[in-house]
Design a protein around this ligand. Structure first.
Ligand SMILES: C[S@@+](CC[C@H](N)C(=O)[O-])C[C@H]1O[C@@H](n2cnc3c(N)ncnc32)[C@H](O)[C@@H]1O
Length: 239
């Protein structure tokens, strides 16, 4: 796979096995080769494209979306607040389109991440996304996490589902002491109900707002994403 970036900064992920037709003309498949990575190639009309080797994040950004996914800014907080790293043992639910699963699997690699989902249609979208991104350290289980967690000795259980408070008791036995239970909820009422079940955990709830700047006119863009969700980070300190 190759990542093409045009003069306006638009990204295109291409396989490289056929010519690429763009608004700026045709890129020949013959130009999409290993030795051109890191350089520039031209369309038949002479327009420039940068050729870059894609990484996991490029595939995650282009992944197909079914249900609402966690944004990258919120995924970033999960890593910062829990210290999850290569080798960490992680369970994630619900899978949805698998965006959070892919993001976390990329971090814990070569360890495997397990993700729980109840809907067949979403699991198919997620499996297709994992395949396209060539992320193969994810096990997708068709099971409600409200019925229990099979894995033990976990560093992190990450939740993005409607009733996270129904997972707290299972998390208490599946997490290491010192491990984290994280819940992402769009509504503060869900976060409060979750928070009130957290006996044996220390916790904090945060919201992350990112304001992008237009650096040509050196001021923030007038429009911004005002709200995504609340994140509660709960650390097990007593079983
Ligand atoms: C908002 S989506 C998750 C999106 C996901 N974080 C992503 O980045 O693509 C919520 C998902 O939780 C699933 N779900 C709901 N209840 C569940 C349960 N009890 N166990 C496992 N998954 C569940 C839903 O089917 C849905 O796919």
């Amino acid at each position: 796979m190759y990542l093409l970036i045009d003069e306006k900064g638009r990204h295109y992920l291409v396989r490289g096995d056929s010519d690429v037709h763009t608004n700026y003309g045709v890129i020949k498949a013959d130009d999409l080769k290993e030795e051109n990575i890191g350089g520039e190639i031209e369309t038949h009309t002479g327009r420039r494209f940068f050729l870059v080797r894609p990484d996991a994040l490029d595939f995650i950004k282009k992944a197909k979306k079914g249900p609402q996914s966690v944004t990258l800014k919120d995924c970033g907080l999960i890593i910062a607040y829990t210290g999850v790293r290569s080798g960490s043992k992680v369970v994630d639910a619900g899978t949805g389109s698998g965006i959070t699963s892919m993001f976390l699997a990329n971090i814990v690699y070569p360890e495997r991440l397990t993700t729980y989902e109840v809907r067949e249609d979403f699991s198919e979208i997620a499996r297709e996304n994992f395949r396209k991104a060539r992320i193969d350290n994810i096990e997708l289980k068709m099971k409600s996490i409200y019925d229990g967690i099979d894995e033990t000795d976990l560093d992190l259980i990450n939740l993005d589902l409607p009733e996270p408070w129904r997972v707290v008791e299972h998390a208490r036995s599946s997490l290491k002491v010192g491990g984290f239970l994280v819940s992402y909820s769009p509504s503060i009422e869900q976060s409060k109900k979750f928070h009130d079940e957290l006996e044996g955990f220390e916790s904090e709830t945060v919201e992350c707002l990112v304001r992008n700047w237009d650096m040509k006119i050196v001021r923030p863009y007038s429009r911004m994403l005002g709200h995504t969700g609340f994140l509660t980070f709960a650390r097990l300190i007593k079983r």
